[in-house]
Design a protein around this ligand. Structure first.
Ligand code: FAD
Length: 460
């Protein structure tokens, strides 16, 4: 078997793997990156980018449909899925080309093929053995389903949902987490009748309860139906429909059932366990410096328990490359990773929920700033709010430890929000900064003005 040596061998070329490769190459390491499908992974080809392109098309559809409400004569003539797909695929193709060029220009050896970890520092691809000074596992995740619920026909995952050639009349979305509500939002904007089914008591259950409440209110206004706190018991399909049964005894009939019940780690049959790597419910167990239980073997991205987000993968990949190069980067604070759900309206947060903050700090103070007081939000005709969670009781100094936002485009405010959390800023620090008028960002400034005890456009 031919053997190849490199400073770093990375298994999986998604967000985590390729970010690690790029940074390691920048730091002078020789890098082998093994990818069995397409460089860029889930995020670029089947996740973040294509879904956000669909959501943009959905926003344009809403604008066309609602133009009349602001005196612009327009109407939505229909959705041409071939056109939407061409636009979406064009965005992905351009970014894919750019990424391929980047990897080439950094002299990273891209090995196309399916790899298997053979331990102690070896990845085997076909007849070739790649031996690294260090090995990084970055094999990502797959769309989960539920026991007895087989994907096929009218029962689809996000993968198939990104390839539809028509707009379904009726869709049931199983799962009210990030992926579920994003697709629910797209389908509703495209004209489908949508019902979201979530077993937990609220939509986006990982978010602060405030965000769930506001999103649910907005979905009601948009006539997106949802059933929370109700378990799915089965689905059967015929030639012209799929029937979804719920524990309540209710049955929902639809053209499509989108299964969005989370993503499982892609770690089976890749040699991990056989080589002695400690696992945790299928995920690779690591310490805070992303070291696995084997020396010189690390893991990044969706296979590491925690938030399954592309920018977490990027950050972990960069962290690892720098750690391996001896730069001793600081450990990543998982709570400091921003989270954005891109449905309409958007949900964005960083730091702790109120419940988590209470658990950690005992007493907390919260402040909610309604977007009704924000000029730009009124221009955009969006409703929502910004909630701040500060550690310590009212009147005592303490940093803002949680920021939660709901409203059109609030995802764009997360940049400042993450600085506030990650730099331990207090409300007074942000209140002293001037925010441009009229922007939605101004609402962020005003929320901090109010928390600092000097509200401007705020009734509370
Ligand atoms: C519908 C959807 C929407 C999403 N939207 C967002 C979003 O808006 N923002 C966000 O931050 N995140 C989003 N995500 C999550 C994001 O895509 C993932 O968190 C991210 O891709 C994880 O990166 P990764 O490197 O761990 O894994 P992946 O991107 O899954 O990459 C792993 C790579 O490893 C390869 N691989 C696996 N096994 C082998 C093998 N044996 N040999 C060779 N190669 C192998 C795979 O082909 C893949 O390319 C979304 C995900 C989905 C599904």
């Amino acid at each position: 078997m031919p053997e190849h040596n490199a400073d770093l061998v990375i298994l999986g070329g998604g967000s985590g793997g390729y970010a690690c490769a790029l940074r390691a190459a920048e730091l002078g390491m020789s890098v082998v990156l093994v990818e069995r499908d397409k460089l860029g992974g889930t995020c670029l080809h089947y996740g973040c980018i294509p879904t956000k392109a669909m959501l943009h098309a959905a926003e344009v559809a809403d604008a066309a449909r609602d133009g009349d409400k602001i005196g612009v004569k327009s109407s939505l003539a229909g959705i041409d899925m071939a056109g939407v797909n061409a636009y979406k695929d064009g965005v992905v193709a351009k970014l894919y080309k750019g990424l391929q060029g980047l990897v080439r220009s950094r002299k990273i050896t891209l090995v196309e093929g399916s790899g298997r970890f053979e331990g102690p520092r070896t990845v085997v691809v076909g007849d070739d053995r790649y031996v690294g000074g260090k090995v990084v596992l970055a094999t990502g995740s797959y769309a989960r389903t539920l026991p007895g619920l087989e994907i096929g026909g009218r029962i689809i995952t996000s993968y198939e949902a990104l390839r539809l050639d028509h707009v379904p009349d009726r869709v049931v979305v199983l799962g009210g987490g990030v992926i579920g509500v994003e697709f629910a939002s797209v389908f509703a904007s495209f004209g489908s009748q949508v019902t979201v089914v979530e077993a937990l008591p609220r939509l986006v259950p990982a978010e602060d309860e405030f965000a769930s409440k506001l999103l649910e209110r907005a979905f009601r206004r948009r006539r997106i139906a949802f059933k929370t706190g109700v378990k799915f018991t089965g689905a059967r399909q015929s030639d012209d429909a799929v029937t979804v049964s719920l524990e309540s005894g209710e049955e929902l009939e639809a053209d499509l059932l989108l299964v969005a019940v989370g993503r499982g780690p892609n770690t089976a049959d890749l040699g991990y366990e056989e080589a002695g790597i400690e696992m945790e419910r299928g995920f690779v167990r690591t310490d805070e410096r992303l070291r696995t239980s084997l020396p010189d073997v690390f893991a990044v991205g969706d296979i590491v328990p925690g938030l399954q987000l592309a920018h977490r993968g990027f950050a972990q990949g960069i962290f690892l490359a720098e750690d391996i190069a001896g730069l001793n980067p600081p450990v990543i604070d998982e709570a400091g990773i921003p989270r954005v759900t891109y449905c309409e309206p958007e949900v964005a947060s960083v730091g702790l929920t109120e419940a988590q903050a209470k658990e950690r700090y005992g007493e907390v103070q919260t402040l909610t700033y309604d977007l009704a007081g924000n000029g730009r939000s009124q221009i955009l005709q969006t409703q929502g709010a910004i909630k701040l969670v500060k550690s310590g009781a009212e009147g005592t100094p303490g940093p803002v430890v949680g920021i939660h936002m709901v409203g059109a485009r609030v995802g764009e405010l997360i940049g400042e929000a993450q600085l506030v959390y990650n730099w331990d800023a207090q409300a007074e620090d942000i209140a002293a900064l001037v925010h441009a008028h009229p922007t939605q960002n101004e609402a962020f400034g005003e929320a901090h003005l109010a928390l600092a005890g000097k509200p401007l456009h705020s009734h509370s």
